[in-house]
Design a protein around this ligand. Structure first.
Ligand code: NAP
Length: 310
């Protein structure tokens, strides 16, 4: 199956790229991947996507984006790509189904996923008190007690951000020192709402089903092995993200953390005709609206590339 534009990924970046490419009459093919709709399908309420006066549901927003791209002429394919060859154009992509796709241009919008602790109780409460995004969900914890797991800059900044809403924020770190930089460490120390529990790990998320929500966490001291319960209404996991770039290793330039590198103010990657948009190339903002903006840029740049304008 040949297309002028193939888009990999069906989150806000991929769907927006599809809308723009379809409106440019490029008849794009969007290959949805392993998690159709992307990270927004595992959140509940979304209050910060512009255009909606009332809170909306993440999965609903993604259904709408997909429907919009399809109405405009995008071919949606429920498939997952197993290998790509970007050495020559047209690029070749081989799917799990065995289907071969060829493309004159490729927009990589495969996203990233938050790393989780891997506890069964953690996944049970995802979207119901357990989150990996304080910017997205902090607002729901006004006047409440929350905990943040992690010792890096993200954990520090999430904890500080959460003090805008929460009554108390407990930062839980498995070591006796933070990896976060000195400025963040000083801000944490200076903030009266923040407590830090060192040498501690979360071993269980506690909560109920009616209504479903978090009521506390079980902690283990990694030195003494002693355990105790901390009452919290929310748990934020900030132990890093992993971009979905394994497919492109050795073919597209990436940074040391595996994020695709793009030219400044552009979605151009190191391979001419391959563009990257959204969380797969962005470890700073990670918002649906910024991903959507980059999807738009990628489609416009692909259009220009196909027209010979590069
Ligand atoms: P990170 O620096 O890799 O830190 C991840 C933290 O999570 C570490 O403290 C790590 O513990 C902990 N961790 C990892 N797996 C864990 C597990 N299974 N259980 C408990 N804890 C676990 O990741 P990040 O904070 O997301 O930052 C990513 C990159 O972006 C970094 O280079 C960071 O400096 C940068 N960043 C910069 C800024 C800024 O400059 N303002 C803001 C955000 C992010 P250990 O310490 O024990 O390994």
């Amino acid at each position: 199956m040949h297309s002028k534009v193939v888009i990999l990924g069906s989150g806000p970046a991929g769907c927006t790229a599809a809308v723009y490419a379809a409106r440019a009459m490029l008849e794009p093919t969007l290959i949805a991947g392993i998690q159709p709709g992307g990270q927004l399908t595992i959140t509940t309420e979304v209050e910060n996507y512009p255009g909606f006066a009332e809170a909306i549901q993440g999965p609903w927003l993604m259904e709408q984006m997909q429907a919009q791209a399809q109405h405009l002429g995008t071919k949606f394919v429920q498939d997952t790509i197993a290998s790509v060859d970007l050495a020559r154009r047209p690029f070749t992509l081989v799917a799990d189904s065995g289907e071969h796709y060829t493309a004159d241009t490729l927009i990589v919008a495969t996203g990233a996923s938050a790393n989780w602790l891997g506890l069964p109780s953690e996944s049970r409460f995802q979207g119901f008190g357990v989150s990996a995004c304080a910017t997205c969900d902090g607002f729901f914890f006004r006047g409440k007690n929350v905990a943040v797991v992690g010792g890096g800059n993200t954990a520090a900044e999430e904890a500080l951000f959460l003090t805008n809403f929460a009554e108390r924020v407990t930062l839980i770190h498995r070591r006796d020192f933070l990896r976060a930089d000195k400025t963040n460490q000083m801000r944490l120390a200076a903030n009266a709402k923040v407590d830090i529990l060192y040498d501690s790990e979360v071993i269980e998320v506690l909560g109920g089903d009616n209504p479903r929500g978090v009521t506390g966490i079980r902690l283990r001291n990694t030195i003494t092995d002693s355990r105790h319960t901390l009452d919290v209404d929310g748990l934020f996991i900030a132990i890093g993200h992993s971009p979905a770039t394994a497919l492109f290793k050795g073919q597209i330039e990436m940074d040391e953390a595996g994020y695709i590198r793009t030219a400044p103010d552009s979605t151009h990657t190191s391979v001419a005709g391959v563009f990257a948009a959204g969380d797969v190339k962005d470890k700073v903002f990670r918002q649906a609206v910024t991903a959507a903006g980059m999807g738009c840029m990628a489609a416009l740049e692909a259009e220009r590339f196909l027209a010979g304008g590069h």
